[in-house]
Design a protein around this ligand. Sequence first.
Ligand code: GTP
Ligand code: MG
Length: 308
Amino acid sequence: MDIETFLNNEAQRSAGYRCGFVAIVGRPNVGKSTLMNHLIGQKISITSKKAQTTRNRVTGIYTDDTAQFVFVDTPGFQTNHRNALNDRLNQNVTEALSGVDVVVFVIEAMRFTDADRVVIKQLPKHTPVLLVVNKIDKDKAKDKYALQAFVDEVSEEFAFAGHEVVSAKHGLRIANLLEVLKPYLPESVPMYPEDMVTDKSSRFLAMEIVREKLFRYLGEELPYAMNVEVEQFEEGEDIHRIYIAVLVDKESQKAILIGKGGERLKKISTEARLDMEKLFDQKVFLKVWVKVKSGWADDIRFLRELGL
Ligand SMILES: Nc1nc2c(ncn2[C@@H]2O[C@H](COP(=O)(O)OP(=O)(O)OP(=O)(O)O)[C@@H](O)[C@H]2O)c(=O)[nH]1
Ligand SMILES: [Mg+2]
């Protein structure tokens, strides 16, 4: 085929098709990761009741006959004390905001705080920003007039391109949100294969699944003092063999994590293995163990080694 025919074909194929990037930002715990998982229809990004669950940017891709959306889930923007970890998380958010076609700014229905305002200050001026009010299933949001008044009030804070209300957890108005976002994507052929749902490696996803279980089964503060490292990842034909270390700050934390008679660590490993089998559609052998490494959250070089 000569180059002219090729270019003509390409132009035809892209006619009307859209593909672009959507950053999802907001303060911790508003439901950004839950929203992304529902937008793409698969659980790629981990979620938890506790704030500051997401640490890395996670890309989730949704492709249909008319468009390909590349969503970038970001860590909740940190407004509490400064340390190397929090600085790195915020840098992650700022970087995610550059070069996207549209930004989804997520807040929680009926709850607008100073932490939300801090995120608004980071929003780009020259990229459209859609205000997305999540958790409309909450009792307080059931009064339609109160919800509308809330949306109007927040809309005063920034020149949003528009607003939508959703419940990520219950999958409410998610299809509508995709339709609203579509016109913001530029006309283009798809960037990724249509069956691709994330650009993250299986190693990364395995590590994240273990982190999610730490958040679920440990008390308030503990998961923040831990990190997870994949020591070995062997993709076999019949089984994946995955060896994961959990890094903690102190011996006492190690004891809590392991639990009486090893019960807690066992529960964490089993649940993580089941999630991995579902995600990879493959049998998994998983070994999780605990290492003590103090002060890791303030050690910049170490954070870099972890890819944060
Ligand atoms: N009621 C209700 N809860 C929700 C909804 N969406 C998310 N949640 C809950 O809110 C909590 C936080 O959700 P995440 O998706 O982890 O929030 P996040 O914004 O990604 O949090 P960070 O990554 O820590 O910034 C979880 O307990 C979710 O189940 C919703 O639509 N309704
Ligand atoms: Mg998250």
